[in-house]
Design a protein around this ligand. Structure first.
Ligand code: T4K
Length: 404
């Protein structure tokens, strides 16, 4: 059988324009523009303006947490949280995460010690974490990958046993819960990302949620150069402030959060109905008793069953103008500077290595229509129906994973 209808055969992509993972959701453009007009009229653009304060209040209410401090992005938020928590030496983190988690440590000359993940959840494995603790370990940063909560009970127990700090990179996890409690309430603090590609965004942005008043006090100082009064600096600080325009976008997005999640659920359900029964395509599952944001459509591609690799599927989709992603390929431990520091780290990370070669993330969000998903699934099904022919065409053609 030949893949007669695929672009790798015809040269004509199904989608005339690229369909991206991570296309931003906007909410009401009218409300956003009203808020931006107010910002311009007020001529108060940053430095804890009224919209940032309102955003902070709404975030706190949404999460039911004592403090949720808006920051210019989640990477700076992680750096500030790490410094405020006085982490040093070594910190245990997964390698299966966006590079920012590791960089936020290394930037402060703290060594990220890469821990493997559990194959079912894609989250930090507490049992391996326990084996990585040394006298230099000061903390653990769990990452709620895809918004799925880490095994908090086991990680907290581990941290308590060794007298070290537990915090979370909750970049993916706004609007998600564990045992009915919103993420943002666990560990010493949790860091959210409101980057444009997140289901809820403030163009760029992030926030640090904590129930610890003293930590919150330090974070507020640190994100504003350490200023504790006019002309008075009492702390080493940086510029982590969120702008009014970012808060305008965040406030607008919060108003339509439930609608955005509803679209994500619809898309998730459609992908699952179309593809999840296919041997070798395993879709990431969420605990439906919890709140989930369903912002990532994640499949694991098992080549032994599909006959086609994840990377070949990405190439086939790319030819059709569907820009699927291979998050978090190749894993932090295979990127600089970590691969130079720890060239053999992969030996301790078998599940991470396996996931990095199998995970396929497909487009979702409010810009993706049901008919788009139907077409994407049809492309995948066609490719899976004739893997050998697809591979032969790919090998003989110019299609590649390299950037255009
Ligand atoms: N921790 C974790 C676990 C994270 O996942 C992240 C961020 C962070 C920490 C750090 O948070 P921030 O400091 O960024 O707040 C993207 C995002 O840039 C990054 O924020 C996100 N994780 C990561 C998972 O995805 P890339 O390298 O994939 O970005 P890029 O430019 O390739 O964009 C992704 C897709 O989104 C493309 O297909 C294009 C599309 N896109 C992107 C932008 C910016 C749009 O359609 N419109 C846009 O405005 O990292």
């Amino acid at each position: 059988m030949r893949p007669a209808h695929l672009a790798i055969s015809t040269g004509r992509p199904h989608f005339p324009e690229p369909l991206h993972v991570g296309r931003p959701n906007i909410g009401s453009e009218e409300r956003l523009l009203q808020r931006i007009q107010q910002v311009l009229d007020r001529r108060w653009f940053t430095n804890l303006g009224p919209l940032v304060q309102e955003f902070e209040d709404k975030l706190k209410q949404t999460l039911g947490v004592r403090h949720c401090i808006p920051i210019c992005n989640a990477t700076i938020a992680l750096e500030i949280a790490i410094r405020a928590a006085e982490l040093k030496g070594e910190v245990i983190v997964p390698s299966f995460t966006f590079i920012a988690t590791a960089h936020a440590l290394q930037w402060q000359e703290i060594t990220p010690v890469f821990c493997d993940v559990q194959p079912g959840t894609h989250n930090l494995d507490p049992a391996q974490g326990a084996r990585l603790i040394t006298p230099r370990t000061s903390g653990i940063i769990g990452v709620h990958v895809w918004g799925k909560p880490c095994d908090h009970a086991a990680l907290q127990q581990l941290a308590d046993r060794h007298g070290i700090t537990l915090m979370y990179d909750a970049a993916h996890a706004f609007g998600c819960s564990l045992h009915g409690t919103p993420l943002g309430n666990f560990g010493l603090c949790e860091v959210f990302s409101f980057h444009a590609t997140k289901f809820f965004n403030s163009f760029e942005g992030g926030a640090i949620a904590t129930n610890n008043d003293e930590l919150a006090r330090k974070i507020r100082l640190m994100k504003n150069f350490g200023f504790s009064g006019v002309d008075q600096v009492t702390f080493l600080g940086t510029n982590g402030k969120m702008t009014e325009i970012a808060a305008a976008m965040g406030l607008t997005g919060l108003e339509s959060l439930a609608d955005t999640v509803a679209v994500n659920v619809r898309n998730y359900t459609q992908y699952r109905a179309e593809l999840a029964q296919h041997p070798g395509l395993e879709m990431i599952q969420f605990d439906e008793a919890e709140d989930n944001n369903y912002q990532y459509i994640v499949f694991e591609v098992e080549e032994e069953l599909t006959g086609i690799s994840r990377d070949e599927l990405v190439q086939i989709l790319k030819a059709e103008n569907v820009l699927a992603r291979r998050y978090f390929y190749p894993g932090c431990h295979r990127m600089e500077p970590y691969c130079s520091y720890f060239p053999h780290a992969g030996l301790l990370l078998p599940h991470t290595e396996r996931l990095c070669s199998r995970v396929l993330v497909l487009p979702t969000g409010t810009t993706v229509a049901p008919e788009d998903i139907q077409a994407i699934c049809q492309i995948i099904k066609t490719a899976l129906a004739c893997p050998e022919a697809c591979r032969a065409i790919l090998q003989a053609s110019a299609y590649s994973l390299a950037e255009p």
